[in-house]
Design a protein. Sequence first.
Length: 462
Amino acid sequence: MAAPSTVERIVIENCAIATVDANDTEYATGHLVVAGNKIESIGAGKAPEGLENVVRRIDATGHLVTPGLVNTHHHFYQWITRGLATDHNLFNWLVALYPTWSRIDESMARVAAQGSLAMMARGGVTTAMDHHYVYPKNSGDLSGAIIGAARDMGVRFTLARGSMDMSEKDGFLPPDFAVETTDGALAATEETVKKFHDTSFDAMTQVAVAPCSPFSISTRLLKEGAELARRLGVRMHTHGSETVEEEKFCHELFGMGPTDYFESTGFLGEDVWMAHCVHMNDSDIEAFARTKTGVAHCPSSNARLAAGIARVPDMLRAGVPVGLGVDGTASNESGELHTELRNALLINRLGAHRENALNARQALRLGTYGGAQVLGRADNIGSLEAGKLADFVLWKIDGLGHSSIADPVTAIVFGAAAPVTASFVNGKQIVENNRLLFADEDAIARDARAEAQRLARITAQG
């Protein structure tokens, strides 16, 4: 059903289009019509004649249009602790950085969120998420600061409200002053969901329940977190099977591997997605496929921390929903998701399946529709289809870095990071010629440097 004639329309024409729909429909030269905040039509050739109230026409010659990228795992606060502990594995890296992270406050969280969001948004991310789990006492409204930063930048956003309730005194990793009580964490999470979670089709802000990881939370927090999420009707997220050390930790403490442990606590299901999932055996993958539990694949972070290569091809063949994640910028200093398309493809080809692991279109699907799946939003974002929300990107592929690559999808996946001429969220443009329209990148850079220096001073003072 066509939108009313009073709705403003934007017409994009003369571009290659990769819809990433169920049939991987592509157009060598096509058009996209936006009506309000939704896609009204898409197809080959020119847009239909006689469209009313067209407020803008974009000649997108030399561009590929794709769905906006969807980031499924991140830790925004780490923007102000980049470049530290660069030669550590995960556990040693956490021990080195927890004392610093545990001193963040509201101002730091806001600026770090701005930096993280800016880097992703100008690189084609239209839907972001942040797994924030460090809530020091008297640190201010960290969740509100992060959500506010996403709102100001115009990015669609999911806050995974994280939590930790086990510390060094309990034989776990976080410092004692870095964790919440179990009851406090559950209450604060519920409050955040009730205050910020939007259930509407075009929601710009959603909240998930996200206890941090097996080595920083109690079994009670995991179980009651799952119960809370299902009572409130929101999704659930955590870290899982990231390293061999985690596998050993779970066997020693719980008498089972991470996947079995999560299933025993109710933390598998089609309303759950897990970060990393590097060390998964066949039965683990079968459990994820059976329960439709999603995976956030973070190839650069997994390489940075020497965690290993996730079995993404096997997960996809089994029917596991898989999206891409930046992960925190203390383990992926670039903070960009569009480079993860290439890294996911290349790193997975180092695994058992070699050149048959992933192809360019599978990589693009991971970064778009796959991400929408794991965030529970595949009905409204992740592919370019009539009736879906107008979240899309115009990639410039006729310049030096890409013009000699005939296939547009191959160009943006195998080639250098393609320039973003325009990025739209909810029908509203947020990026033009690789620059943000609703944020001052230079000011964010200055503020981030100042807050990083302030955090370093506070940490040094103990």
